[in-house]
Design a protein around this ligand. Structure first.
Ligand code: 3UK
Length: 542
């Protein structure tokens, strides 16, 4: 069965033999038809009697579950009745994290639409690419993005309607909501009707469009959150990832609401202001990237302890042991690390606070299965480096893309990460397989060297990559941001090299050290190692 009248996405899913094997072993992962995940995540809380509790907080906003449900019903009504959205249509959603953006997510899903969320800082050309790839018909954008999106429309003929939010014009959604009824039935979608198209955050190459179904969203809510995060309905979530990134969509919207907790959605949650936002809204759980935890430590130090935080989640890239240790020293909190991927929707290897091992991402999350394999895709024994393979209730389905056959092989998903698993089942990240440094015949994992450098007091942040070298094939090069008050000089470079040689095998030491003001990162906090490589080989400043 399907509720989609527009079957564009369903028609462009990969052929069945290219899908990952899907595993639904956890008893909680039995879904009945029909299934609209907006109803399951949001409306069910009202059925459970939580309607009067606070769902969303933001600047000047405090919405209960009841209020959010009504608002999302009204948005669904306006989309279906006024704007002509038909189940299966793709609806672009662009804007900074705000309560209204979140309400629109639920409204689109209730209208049977497929949400195509995009980061608000994208420019017209990038927005046009997304609109064309997903054949988007309708867009809801923050009023401040309207100019850019209107420019994109010229290059993206499928886009026939743009509605703004958080604006004050007549064409703003706010005007339409005034006449919309509070009650409006959600479209009775199927468990396997597509509901989200997430574009990969793109540390390399051309973005890929990953399709997730209603049941995938619910599976994500039922695996990592209850088994690892273990938040309660009294928690208040806050953090930096945009809702356009599945890390943010899950961590800052779906997971809190699925358990009746509150989430704080603010436009600016960069590390310089995040501690203030935590204090202002009395947040108990932070969701952000390792680089943000490091920056907060640099800027606030011991003052972080007074914030009243209970849990801290890190994902997006490897959490170095030094950052984990420093954060615990400053706050008393053991960070929960977890690796997730857009293709798998959310986190599949992680650990509880009591189960943390410095330098390890954790163990496989209940509901998932993971192994480390060699080039022939055969499992390697513990202690040996190989490629990470994973499967579970969610998995990779690219929209009409031959790269499906690279990501999924033999039923397993291959996120592109090198890992070592120890005898206890802990997974240690060794870098991206495309980032592994080979120097003089030795394999060096950039993140390992980064972790060592970060233990030095003069280092605020760093990125380690391989640069081409006639003699060694590649040399290990470290791009270093020094701590406040430290002056970069040759003496410091020598000192850092010695520090690495004293701590790990000397062949891993960075033969080249480049001091930089900042590192190139994606908006989701991921270090763009390819930028460091191209900059250093003549492509301009990183
Ligand atoms: C890297 C990590 C080591 C890794 C994401 C949580 O990052 C997310 O999705 P993306 O598609 O990137 C996936 C890739 O990022 N990575 C992410 N987390 C970690 N490496 N340790 C980590 N803890 O290379 C992975 O293949 O942007 C993260 C939840 C949802 C997500 N989409």
């Amino acid at each position: 069965m399907t509720a989609h009248l527009d079957t564009f996405v369903r028609d462009r899913l990969p052929p069945a033999d290219e899908w990952p094997e899907l595993v639904f072993d956890l008893p909680a992962l039995r879904f009945s038809e029909p299934c609209n995940c907006a109803v399951e995540v949001l409306d069910r809380r009202i059925d459970e009697g939580l309607g009067g509790r606070v769902a969303l907080l933001g600047r000047g906003v405090r919405w209960t579950y009841d209020a959010l449900r009504v608002c999302s019903n009204q948005i669904a009504y306006v989309l279906s009745h006024d704007l002509g959205v038909v189940p299966g249509n793709r609806v672009l959603l662009v804007g900074p994290n705000t309560p209204m953006l979140a309400a629109c997510w639920f409204g689109i899903v209730k209208a049977g639409g497929v949400v195509v969320a995009a980061m608000p800082m994208l420019r017209a050309a990038e927005l046009a690419t997304i609109v064309r790839r997903a054949a988007v018909s309708h867009a809801i954008c923050d009023a401040r993005v309207l100019g850019e999106l209107t420019r994109a429309q010229g290059d993206a003929p499928t886009l026939r309607s743009i509605t703004t939010i958080n604006g004050d014009g007549d064409d703003d959604l706010g005007a339409g909501l005034a006449h919309a009824p509070a009650e409006h039935a959600a479209v009775a979608t199927a468990t396997d009707d597509p509901v989200v198209i997430a574009f990969t955050s793109g540390t390399t190459g051309v973005p890929k469009a990953t399709v997730h179904f209603h049941r995938d969203v619910l599976a994500a809510c039922l695996c990592w959150p209850p088994h690892i995060l273990k938040a309660t309905c009294d928690d208040r979530f806050v953090g930096s990832p945009p809702l356009a990134f599945t890390f943010g969509l899950g961590g800052l919207l779906l997971f809190p609401l699925h358990i009746g907790a509150s989430t704080i959605l603010v436009e600016k949650a960069t590390p310089d202001v995040l501690p203030d936002v935590v204090a202002e809204f009395q947040a108990t759980i932070t969701v952000t990237a390792p680089t943000a935890y490091r920056a907060m430590l640099q800027q606030r130090g011991e003052a972080l302890r007074g914030l009243g935080l209970r849990k801290c989640v890190s994902a997006g890239e490897a959490l170095p042991a030094a950052t984990r240790l420093e954060w615990r020293k400053a706050t008393g909190i053991e960070i929960i690390d977890g690796i997730g991927a857009t293709e798998l929707f959310h986190i599949f290897i992680s650990h509880t606070e009591g189960d943390a091992r410095p330098g390890a991402t954790g163990r496989v999350v209940p509901g998932y299965d993971a192994q480390v394999v060699d080039d022939a895709l055969q499992p390697v024994p513990p202690g040996q480096v190989g490629q990470l393979a994973v499967k579970g209730p969610t998995g990779c389905r690219y929209l009409d893309d031959p790269r499906q056959r690279d990501y999924v092989r033999g039923g397993w998903n291959y996120p592109g990460d090198a890992y070592v698993m120890d005898a206890d089942g802990y997974f240690f990240h060794q870098g991206r397989t495309d980032d592994l440094i080979v120097t003089g015949g030795y394999n060096v994992a950039g993140p390992e060297v980064e972790a060592v450098l970060l233990r030095h007091a003069a280092v605020a942040d760093c990125g380690v990559v391989g640069l081409p070298d006639e003699l060694r094939g590649q040399v290990v090069a470290a791009f270093v941001v020094v701590a406040p008050g430290v002056t970069p000089c040759d003496g410091l470079a020598t000192e850092l090299q010695r520090h690495v040689k004293d701590t790990i095998a000397p062949y891993k030491y960075p033969r080249r050290i480049v001091f930089v003001d900042h590192l190139p990162r994606t908006t989701t906090g991921k270090l763009q190692r390819f930028q460091l490589r191209t900059a250093a080989t003549g492509g301009g400043a990183p």
